[in-house]
Write a protein that binds this ligand. Sequence first.
Ligand code: GAL
Ligand code: CA
Length: 353
Amino acid sequence: MKKSLLALSVVAASFALFGCNKPAEAPKTAAGETKTAAELPKIGVVIYKGDDNFMSFVRNAIEKAGAGKAAVSVLDSQNDQAKQNGQIDALIAKGVKALAVNLVDPAAAASIVSKATAAKIPVIFFNKEPAADVLKGCAQCWYVGTTSSESGVMQAKIIADSLKAHPEWDKNKDGKIQFVLLKGEPGHPDAEARTKYVLEEMSKAGLKPEQLELQTGMWETAKANNLMDAWLAKHGDKIEYVIANNDGMALGAINSLQAKGYFKDPSKFMPVVGVDAIPDALAKIKEGTMVGSVLNDAKNQGAATVELAINAALGKAPTEGTAWKLDESKSVRVPYVNINKDNLQLAEDVYKK
Ligand code: GAL
Ligand code: CA
């Protein structure tokens, strides 16, 4: 008797347990995705400036790579570091399990690291590289980006190759290349390295670059358009090459040149080179108004950022089960690729929506 009562109560208890589980399971199946989404690791992403051309492609790549694998919230920091700090506080309060941070100001990395560390939340910095010692000093921090200098070196190669094919672009035949340079945001590791390395490598290639102008267009098309207007008014055809730290600014320079009658016929040509290989620039390369660009691989940078963030959120090693490798500075560096009219397809594929 006693035995069977015990047996009964065990059965009853297991029914009770099962019964408890069952209602929790059932709505999940019925509710489908909503329930599943709530169970995905929450990742908070902040982007320095939502209307930055290249970053809009990185954002797309992040959302695409995260779909179905993480609950990703992306916030636009509107180029305001104080705003970004507030967004990070809010994301931490919301319970995100990892942060992906595209800094407004590279110098703000340390304070973000202390917030995240206090909340025990890992951080994947991306696109704007924080100082090496900040990454080193934070156990749960990594970086996804590029080797900035590489883009300057590769841009110089495009310039050197183009001048070999077109010696007539040395218009005044003085054996030097009179250039204007549109620089990205000062202090941004990409802007600094691209500027330094493109000029150094041009010199190494014996091109004798001679600077007519060098100013920041802050990565922006409109600012670059204005600068180019002023430079054309001042130097006109003394300018032999337009070097831009990114395509957004190269496109601004091309707008300005077109408004002044350039590119209408082959006698009125100005070589312009950029970095990023965004679709609008590829169209210019195709039509022949831009010499080339260096592919900044938005798709793989976005994917690597999300994949590392998901692993970190789940407490795994950041690159576990991925194709990415960390270098000695805890960084994944996606390679740049030189793009000219012969291999446009490669960049078109990367930027396909
Ligand atoms: C660079 C990119 C620029 C701009 C900048 C923003 O890597 O080439 O176009 O997006 O990042 O941080
Ligand atoms: Ca010259």
